[in-house]
Design a protein around this ligand. Structure first.
Ligand SMILES: [Zn+2]
Length: 369
């Protein structure tokens, strides 16, 4: 079998397990290897290495990314995403999908009914924009994305009040709603009536949004280390990955239920291919240390969480009174500092039963971190 040089290098960095295991299928596009529809969409639109890559939806990716930062109601965010992706079922769009229908605007303006026409260029839409009183005089481009960009610029303009800028998106939404009422309910909504509906919807949304914003639920992350139950030890571990050198620094620190320092260790590992592999190896090293010292009631904690996973499961089964948890980075600073430190040291492995001087600042106050 002939293998490319890159494939050989990739195979060489696979770490073999000491324990026999059978092959299994995994989904490689998520961190936990579980299949998700979101990752399929990402893969289909980003991985162009194969001939059968799916063409991403139409529309500017930059414009789409801005949608989710707008302070507007989610249904309008989704609506704008459809507008930019050319996914609104206007007549021209339906014809392009093979549906046999008349592509002209049904408001008797004799123009093709494109998305840009319905929302910006149709006389009915222009009347609605004029009635809104908004200082938007440049929404007449034949390019849909230019008109949407102008709306975004209006929204982000510091001189525009938040309430008025949100109103502009309600106008857009109700122009589309009116078009559907006209076609499917035979109701011709006057632009002035639309403005009333847009205004009251905007008022209602603002009153809910502002009152929600005024009383935010405080969700402060705890920043101090918390001890394990009495009789238990806690092992915090972390890893730092340097892609350029394919190295990972691994650090762990073990403390008891009173926060008293027990030991620390650091290891520098070569030929690490990903940050995830470094993190998994960090857990594996930490469990080895716990095992060889004869400790059994240990809580390994990490800031986030092939073969390495198989070995981890094996060691977890040996440490039967062991539970694994995750903490936020602020509560894992000692292990993080150890992992970074080993990359600058001469030795590849360091274990200490007395904390290094530089680590003291991470210990003992108000508990430890
Ligand atoms: Zn029209």
């Amino acid at each position: 079998m002939f293998l490319q040089h890159e494939e050989v290098e990739l195979i060489k960095i696979i770490r073999l397990s000491k324990y026999n295991q059978s092959d299994q299928y995994v989904w490689p596009y998520t961190s936990n290897l579980d299949y998700s529809v979101k990752s399929v969409h990402w893969t289909a639109t980003h991985d162009f290495s194969e001939d059968d890559a799916i063409v991403p939806p139409e529309g500017s990716v930059i414009l789409k990314a801005q949608i989710w930062n707008l302070e507007i109601i989610p249904k309008i965010q989704q609506f704008i995403w459809k507008v930019i992706s050319r996914a609104l079922p206007v007549y021209v769009q339906l014809c392009s999908r093979g549906i046999n229908t008349d592509p002209t605007c049904h408001r008797f303006c004799m123009e093709d009914e494109t998305i840009n026409h319905v929302l910006f260029l149709c006389p009915h839409a222009q009347a609605t924009w004029r009635c809104s009183g908004l200082p938007l005089f440049n929404l007449q481009s034949s390019n849909l994305e230019e008109n949407i960009s102008a709306l975004f610029a209006f929204m982000n303009n510091v001189d525009t009040s938040k309430k008025i800028s949100k109103f502009s998106f309600w106008v857009l939404w109700y122009i589309w709603k009116s078009r559907n009422e006209y076609l499917f309910s035979q109701r011709n909504v006057h632009p002035v009536e639309d403005i009333y509906r847009e205004s009251s919807a905007n008022d209602e949304w603002n009153s809910i949004y502002v009152s929600k914003k005024a009383s935010p639920v405080l969700n402060l992350k705890p920043t101090t280390w918390d001890p394990p139950p009495m009789g238990w030890l806690k092992c915090n571990f972390d890893s730092t990955f340097r892609k350029v050198s394919s190295r990972a620094g691994i650090g762990w620190i073990i403390r008891d239920a009173k926060g008293v320092f027990v030991c620390v260790g650091m290891v520098r590992i070569n030929n690490v291919s990903t940050a995830f592999q470094g993190e998994a190896l960090a857990l594996l090293y930490a469990m080895h240390q716990v095992w060889i010292r004869g400790w059994r009631q240990v809580v390994p904690h990490h800031a986030k969480h092939g073969n390495v996973l198989h070995d981890i499961r094996h060691w977890m089964s040996l440490l039967s009174e062991c539970s694994l948890g995750s903490v936020n980075r602020e509560r894992n600073m000692a292990a993080d500092a150890l992992a970074k430190s080993i990359l600058e040291e001469q030795e590849d492995v360091i274990c200490c039963l007395i904390p290094p001087l530089w680590l003291i600042k991470f210990l003992y106050w108000p508990y430890t971190i």
